[in-house]
Design a protein around this ligand. Structure first.
Ligand code: MRU
Length: 367
């Protein structure tokens, strides 16, 4: 997508075939900076500290990180060690493990001296596949937004509420939840997005508002607690969020606070859709109860990062010194609260049958 007229992806290989470049998302929206990753440790660090984040992008970064690992040592034991090392950086988004298993399947049978170049090619293919998958999610979601637009008085915008950042910054391009929005906007449909700020890391304020703004999509930033009120007053036509892991029964893990939005949407009759690529479905889990929920540092709750009037970026304390804080980073929304899934294969009901209708090849293996 575009930043000030220049087309970007979130990750791309360096010119030297020995490095990978990412947009440093810890610096947005105040600075657009890139970081060059040269080692598997660099890639793991980028995932851990959230220089890259969002389920599909974590997967793509891990794939490139494995390519960097194999440049240094392409032995079987280093392949296994590096996969385990990258996989443990963040526990909830299944795309991380999915991408690493795709890499293992492609690379393990190869002679060691060909693995590094094959790994770069495979990581590039995973990144390209994510772009096309997200584009297709957008095409299917566009039909949904168009149908709602046709029920509204001419000239009024379709109001979409989204949580966290499931935008192009969370993927390689397009985004999952935002792809239908970009497609609708580009097709001339009036859309307006309510953007949850998404405490504690503020991915909505720092990333979603930033990327929608750069693409020219009308949007309004709201505090996390405003969504229910807006839904009660008819100001939300639909919610679209992303996800880090969907269990085989349709339960959805996503950024903390998603569950509360789904409850409010259910109570007020607002359709609540989850946009996802096939790589986010964990067919091994029968329900969302077993999805591991990442617990992050209390510091993220106790402090806020922002720009001071002199232009410098600073972190400030927002609680009394010594206040304890807890920071579960994700929650699970039961499938009964989800209206439907928007996938690259079409729209499905948010349950086992809906998923299997779209992915019949999983019928035998699904938990
Ligand atoms: O902690 P984050 O920023 O990695 O969490 C991101 C989300 O929760 C997204 O909604 C999810 O990864 C889907 S991204 C298309």
């Amino acid at each position: 997508m575009n930043i000030n007229g220049t087309a970007y992806r979130t990750i791309w290989p360096g010119d030297d075939q020995a490095s990978v470049v990412i947009i440093d998302q810890t610096k947005l929206p105040h600075r657009l900076e890139t970081v060059t990753l040269r080692t598997v440790e660099d890639a793991a660090h980028a995932i851990l500290v959230m220089q890259v984040r969002g389920a599909p992008l974590i997967g793509a970064t891990a794939a490139y990180g494995l390519a960097l690992a194999l440049l240094a040592d392409a032995s079987d034991s280093h392949l296994d060690r590096s996969i385990a090392f990258l996989a443990k950086q963040r526990p909830t988004a299944v795309n991380l493990r999915w991408a690493l298993e795709e890499m293992r399947r492609a690379l393990a049978p190869l002679p060691a001296d060909t693995r590094a170049s094959a790994a770069f090619a495979k990581a590039g293919a995973i990144a390209d596949d994510d772009v096309e998958t997200c584009r297709r999610i957008g095409v299917h979601g566009l039909a949904l937004i168009r149908a709602i637009a046709e029920t509204k008085p001419a000239g009024t915008a379709v109001n979409v509420l989204t949580h966290c950042n499931a935008g192009w910054l969370a993927c390689v391009d397009w985004g999952t939840a935002t792809s239908p929005i970009y497609h609708a906007h580009d097709a001339g449909i009036a859309v307006h997005v309510w953007v949850d700020e998404t405490r504690p890391r503020n991915q909505g304020a720092a990333l979603t508002a930033y990327e929608l703004g750069r693409h020219g999509v009308p949007h309004t930033l709201i505090v996390d607690n405003a969504g229910g009120h807006l839904m009660q007053h008819g100001k939300v036509d639909l919610c679209i969020v992303g996800t880090d892991r969907v269990a085989a029964n349709g339960d959805v893990a996503n950024k903390i606070g998603t569950y509360l939005k789904a409850l409010a949407a259910h109570d007020t009759g607002v359709p609540f859709y989850v946009a996802l690529p096939y790589s986010t479905i964990d067919w091994t889990l029968a329900s969302g109860r077993d999805i591991p929920i990442e617990e992050r540092s209390a510091d993220e709750v106790l402090k806020l990062q922002g720009q001071l009037t002199d232009g410098s970026v600073a972190s400030v304390a927002i609680a009394a010194p010594g206040s304890p804080a807890a920071n579960p980073a994700f929650d699970v929304t039961p499938q009964r609260l989800v209206t439907g899934f928007i996938t690259e294969r079409g729209i499905a009901s948010a349950d086992r049958n809906g998923l299997l209708a779209l992915y019949p090849e999983r019928r035998e293996s699904a938990a």
